[in-house]
Design a protein around this ligand. Structure first.
Ligand code: FES
Ligand SMILES: [Fe+2]
Length: 455
């Protein structure tokens, strides 16, 4: 058992009827093989097309946050691969999703990313659709011999997406035969329901175009083995070494210990100014830096029943640490009782050498807190910002810098994995979520589609 686990076990209750099963005592990391992962999958256009046909068009993914569609007529446009997708709240208060395509000649129908409308009008020839996707008008239908017997309104409706709401997010599936979202999310989804994520407010959303395949982005955020080399400052307030990992059907999770000092640092006691700032600590705390997480559990238990956060629903690990869950294929939730950040890894529309990485921050504010304003921005790969400046206070600059460090590997991984000198990836135990993810991709590409995410 890792040192941090022993320390935590001294205060943590691991028994209980928790919706989120504690990681501790830790399950052995499953042995799912040790073969190398090929580089071809990151570069091949044919592989990219197969992923599109077999994975992206058949799985559940997040379109936008429910709060972005507050009033009837509010809409958001979201891109996934080559598709433009439209989400809108109807006059009947129902949130729907459609392919954002004009049924006349195939123009992109709604060409702003967000806004509020009474109807959607194609800028090319002026055909219009209602908020529920039904056809509203064809311009001068008398000019179309095929409409002389009447306009086939059903055939001209916007093609719908399957849409479900979960955790405060609007999820969609392009496959009309897809099973229910909660079946797809499975046990991992039931764990996260303990946070009541639907009560969190969206406070920021930034997107980055990275010069690497979407799977390199996925892989960069689904192991903690890289913390020591890439994010050494992180070790002063979090553990990244040998963390508990579990595979949950086609999804997976890991536990990131927060509010503590990594067991690989020689001095874990001293409360430096940097540690003080990053660890956060209960008032009057005068213990060792490494033990702040223990005090945080005690503090939150003491607040139980008097806070807008239902700590009683959360196990002790959840009070102090970060639960990191990834839903196949492209959605990560990394959550605490106060904040939940969603990462989306999206394939590029045409080039396997690029991807989009979305960073969506939600916060559990007391009810009635006004929604903070934020501006979405997409940074292209040739204009990547200083990330701390891009988040402008909505995300701690130290953590924004960590994200910047993650992004720097994208072009170099893309280049390196295409080299004749690359022999395939060697994945260790701490990288088992990556192996499981690539195996799940292979499984889908073979035509084995688990409708239920638990299997
Ligand atoms: S392409 Fe949309 S109205 Fe003609
Ligand atoms: Fe990282």
């Amino acid at each position: 058992m890792a040192k941090i686990e022993q320390e935590f076990a001294s205060v943590a209750r691991t028994q209980g009827d928790w919706a989120a099963k504690p990681f501790l005592p830790r399950q052995p990391i499953p042995d799912i093989g040790s073969t190398r992962i090929d580089g071809e999958r990151f570069h091949s256009r044919e592989f990219m097309q197969r992923e599109w046909d077999m994975i992206w068009t058949r799985t559940w993914n997040i379109g936008c946050h429910v709060s972005e569609l507050e009033e009837a007529g509010d809409f958001r446009v979201h891109s996934l691969g080559k598709e433009s997708l439209l989400f809108v709240r109807g006059a009947d208060d129902v949130i729907r999703g459609f392919f954002n395509i004009c049924q006349h000649r195939g123009n992109i129908l709604c060409q702003s990313r967000e806004g509020a409308v009474e109807r959607f009008k194609c800028p090319f020839h002026g055909w219009e659709w209602n908020l529920d996707g039904t056809l509203r008008q064809v311009m001068h239908p008398q000019l179309f011999p095929q409409f002389r017997a009447g306009i086939p309104t059903e055939e001209l409706a916007l093609p719908p997406l399957k849409v479900e709401l979960w955790g405060g997010w609007v999820w969609f599936n392009m496959d009309p035969a897809a099973g229910p979202l909660t079946d797809f999310l499975g046990e991992a989804g039931r764990h996260l329901e303990s946070y009541q994520l639907e009560r969190y407010q969206l406070i920021d959303h930034k997107s980055f175009e990275w010069a690497g395949n979407w799977k390199h982005a996925h892989d960069a955020f689904n192991e903690s083995y890289h913390f020591e080399a890439l994010h050494p400052e992180f070790l002063n307030f979090a553990e990244g070494f040998d963390v508990p990992i579990e595979l949950l059907g086609i999804h997976s999770r890991m536990l990131n210990f927060n509010h503590t000092v990594s067991e690989i640092l020689p001095d874990r006691s001293e409360m430096t100014d940097f540690r003080k700032r990053m660890l956060g600590q209960p008032e009057g705390y005068d213990g060792e830096a490494k033990d702040v997480h223990l005090a945080i559990v005690a503090q939150k238990r003491a607040q139980q029943g008097r806070s807008h956060i239902a700590y009683e629903r959360l196990n002790d690990e959840q009070l102090a640490h970060q639960y990191h869950y990834t839903f196949f294929p492209g959605t990560t939730f990394t959550s605490t009782p106060e904040m939940s950040i969603v990462f989306r890894y999206r394939p590029h529309e045409s080039d396997p050498g690029y991807c989009y990485y979305d960073f969506l921050i939600t916060r559990h504010d007391p009810p009635g807190t006004p929604r903070p304003d934020h501006e979405h921005r997409l940074y292209r790969h040739h204009e990547l910002p200083n990330y701390a400046v891009a988040f402008d206070g909505s995300f701690d600059p130290v953590l924004a810098n960590v994200l910047q460090q993650d992004g720097t590997n994208m072009p170099t991984m893309q280049q390196g994995t295409a080299s004749r000198g690359f022999r395939g990836m060697i994945l260790g135990e701490q990288e088992v979520r990556l192996r499981h993810f690539h195996q799940t991709i292979d499984r889908y590409l073979r035509g084995d589609f688990p409708v239920n995410g638990d299997r």
